[in-house]
Design a protein around this ligand. Structure first.
Ligand code: SAM
Length: 255
């Protein structure tokens, strides 16, 4: 039984068609907003997105070699990691070439290995990278389990995965897993699509942000999923009132 079928209770043939359709519509949406992506990101997060990426870079192990930044978009997370002196090679992979093109001209961008690739089938060998990062990408996967399996495949044993995303608020979450307080969530759910419609001229793309969050996992659920897929030592790191979280874990060493 595929991960998609388990989660959605649908038969395999339907699920495969649905996955392809989901990927097509996500890719088309990012192609549409690629030109305004960075500007809108900084505006909608009041620049906090930069601090969240800095935190991912800070959490990465010193001595990391090859870094795969998956769902790299316009390259900001890979460039933040490079700027923090972490990693020796940086693969920036994304299935939307228009987003990757947005990295052009940024300091350090000429050292990124831009790769057009779908996270569901990565064109990389087993265990070939020391660390994988995903910034605001996992939530968009057509099949989260499949994506985590693929990440686990390309990561070397002992390597670290760091995922930054907007997870579903967890009403039972405590400590670092706590989500956003209800009044702030209501405000964000109105503010983001509104500014997206007025400034970004694409209400549907920014409405998708709230919808995809509500349909996603909580940080605790995602950490448990990583443990099911051969990861250990999960850490949840709460950012800015629980608006975003970083979930990190290490691929188990071979026993
Ligand atoms: C919200 S952007 C994040 C970009 C960047 N990581 C950042 O920190 O701003 C999400 C990116 O994930 C990419 N993406 C979504 N699903 C993907 C998949 N299955 N394979 C590769 N890229 C994917 C999209 O094309 C988009 O560029």
């Amino acid at each position: 039984m595929s991960g998609f079928e388990e989660v959605h209770g649908r038969d395999e043939s339907w699920a495969v068609r649905d996955r392809a359709a989901h990927s097509r519509s996500v890719r088309a949406m990012f192609a549409r907003i690629a030109r305004v992506y960075d500007f809108m990101n900084h505006l909608l997060s009041l620049n906090r997105d930069r601090a969240w990426r800095r935190r991912v870079a800070a959490l990465m192990d010193a001595g990391t070699g090859e870094v795969l930044d998956l769902c790299a978009g316009t390259g900001d997370l890979a460039l933040e990691i490079m700027g923090a002196g972490k990693g020796t090679a940086w693969i920036a992979a994304d299935f939307c070439p228009e987003m990757l093109t947005g990295s052009a001209g940024k300091p350090g961008a000429d050292r990124l290995l831009l790769t057009a690739a779908d996270a569901m089938v990565l064109p990389l060998g087993d265990g070939c990278v020391d660390a994988v990062t995903v910034g605001f990408g996992v939530r968009n996967f057509a099949d989260v389990r499949r994506g985590v399996e693929e990440i686990a495949r390309v990561l070397r044993p002992g390597g670290r995965l760091l995922v930054l995303d907007f997870f579903r608020d967890d009403p039972r979450g405590s400590g670092q897993a706590r989500g956003v307080a209800a009044p702030l969530r209501i405000l964000l759910n109105v503010f983001v699509p509104l500014v997206g419609r007025v400034v970004g001229r694409d209400g549907s793309a920014y409405g998708y942000l709230s919808r995809s969050m509500a349909a996603f996992m909580t940080p605790t659920e995602f950490a448990a999923l990583l443990e099911e897929h051969g990861f250990t030592d999960p850490v949840i790191d709460r950012q800015t009132f629980g608006i975003a979280h970083i979930v990190a874990a290490r691929k188990k060493e071979r026993s």
